[in-house]
Design a protein around this ligand. Structure first.
Ligand code: TYD
Length: 203
């Protein structure tokens, strides 16, 4: 694929969303055509699935199948064509979130997730994943002021500790793809860490 695929991960409240627009702007100034998208979501079908995933009670297997169903549509309709056109795709969450939330948080079988990943990705992997790592207790304080919590945001610290461990395991399995940023630092310092990661790749 001629384009670049960059994903952003972290537990709820880690603050990743506020950085994505700034990164898009920086890459555009450097001449890239940038597409910003998110998961679950990014297509009409996947956004409808997102509503169910975030709000409808369901068991862990159903949840895993739905996040990957949404991802399949998103990859096929949006991400793969953009990468084929040579664009830079910035995606707010991707498959590492399934390993962290469904695998870590819910305790769902990661070997099944790995099978779904292989089926759904059809060889596509992010070129770079920025992991906003934050202590779940700090993230929980940051979330207090936020709007009505969804099914994931309602979970307690222990759930988010498992999600964090899930992200750490994914980073350890693919260290070349990941950059961990310390999301407890102030915004400008986090932005600087991300800029350094992009510069290191000549982006
Ligand atoms: P999020 O991206 O944090 O959106 P917002 O900032 O609007 O809350 O919310 C998406 C939620 O979905 C988040 O709690 C993590 C969860 N999620 C999964 O459980 N598995 C997945 O594969 C993905 C992509 C997200």
């Amino acid at each position: 694929m001629p384009g670049r695929f960059i994903t952003f991960e972290g537990i709820d409240g880690a603050g990743k969303s506020t950085h994505i627009d700034a990164i898009a702007e920086r890459l555009r100034e450097a001449g890239a055509t940038v597409l910003c998208t998110r998961e679950p979501g990014g297509t009409v079908l996947a956004e409808r699935l997102r509503e169910l995933i975030l709000h409808a009670p369901m068991d862990a297997l159903t949840e895993a199948l739905l996040v990957f169903a949404a991802r399949r549509d998103h990859l096929q309709q949006v991400i793969a064509p953009a990468l084929q056109r040579g664009e830079t795709v910035l995606c707010d969450r991707f498959t590492d979130a399934s390993f962290a939330y469904q695998g870590g948080g819910r305790g769902f079988d990661v070997t099944v997730l790995a099978d779904l990943e292989r089926w759904v990705h059809a060889g596509i992997q992010p070129d770079l994943t920025i992991w906003f790592d934050l202590d779940p207790a700090v993230a929980s304080e940051r979330r207090v002021a936020a709007r009505a919590p969804d099914r994931f945001e309602q979970q307690g610290i222990a759930f988010f500790q498992r999600v964090r461990d899930g992200y750490r395991a994914r980073m350890e399995a693919a260290p070349g793809r990941f950059v961990r940023v310390d999301a407890q630092l102030e915004r400008a310092a986090v932005a600087q860490q991300i800029a350094a990661a992009l510069e290191a790749r000549g982006w």
